[in-house]
Design a protein around this ligand. Structure first.
Ligand SMILES: C[S@@+](CC[C@H](N)C(=O)[O-])C[C@H]1O[C@@H](n2cnc3c(N)ncnc32)[C@H](O)[C@@H]1O
Length: 226
């Protein structure tokens, strides 16, 4: 098998192994009320946060599902890792997970799941000057080992803003690569991700859950799945 394909299979196998692990139930319970992401994607976020050596940057936590999965990973890694999550807030009339106040419910959920102390919430849009400054105050260049983008679909803009913070081999989780029936974000995300892959700036590891792209930031060295 070629090394790229071997990496894809290694990640799939890791996720299958977690199905028999207690974290599977913990993530499943939390996911039902607080996340739009598939359990496999939350499990991948948990795994990368647990095994990775760098800090974690997230754009778009909404009610906290993905942030809580990352925080569980950091908790179980036993290592001090910074988790920064960026969220502007507002209301959302989502059919199954609606909220009148994203930030209020996000903070409530981080506290409810016992991870508020592990997460620094930066309130604002990722592209705002003050948000960028607040992120850069807390994360050094090359220090991020996991980047999760699940925001407004403009992945290239966010990578342009923050790519220097990523470590070589940084895990990347990008939602909305494939969105059957609701194409608004996919129209932006998919061509942007494909162009970055073609340019050798992203290395794909597959499509998971309901259309979330997972891969790595190759940086200067070849990426392998541990
Ligand atoms: C699909 S939801 C995220 C779902 C979440 N990851 C989960 O586990 O359920 C998208 C979120 O991104 C936020 N958002 C949109 N544009 C953003 C931006 N430019 N910067 C940061 N967050 C943004 C929205 O307010 C919303 O809360």
């Amino acid at each position: 098998m070629n090394p790229a394909l071997e990496n894809c299979f290694a990640l799939m196998q890791v996720l299958v192994e977690y199905r028999g692990h207690p974290i599977n139930n913990e993530l499943q319970k939390m996911r039902r009320k607080h996340s739009m992401l598939h359990l496999d994607v939350l499990t991948a976020i948990y795994h990368f946060a647990k095994i990775g050596s760098g800090h974690i940057l997230e754009i778009g936590p909404y009610l906290g599902g993905s942030a809580i999965a990352a925080a569980y990973g950091v908790r179980d890694s036993g290592q001090p890792k910074t988790i920064i999550t960026i969220e502007p807030g507002g209301r959302c009339d989502h059919p199954t997970l609606p909220t009148k106040n994203i930030l209020k419910d996000l903070k409530k959920n981080l506290a409810k799941f016992g991870v508020a102390h592990l997460i620094t919430l930066i309130e604002g849009y990722s592209w705002k000057e003050e948000t960028i400054a607040a992120v850069r105050q807390r994360l050094r260049p090359g220090s991020v080992g996991l980047l999760v983008i699940d925001a407004d679909g403009n992945v290239k803009r966010d990578l342009d803003l923050f790519h220097d913070l990523l470590a070589d081999g940084c895990w990347i989780v990008i939602d909305d690569y494939y969105m059957p029936g609701a194409k608004s974000k996919e129209v932006l995300t998919k061509p942007q991700v494909n162009a970055l892959v073609s340019a050798g700036q992203l290395e794909p590891l597959g499509l998971y859950g309901w259309g979330t792209w997972i891969g790595r930031w190759p940086g200067g060295r070849p990426a392998t799945v541990p």
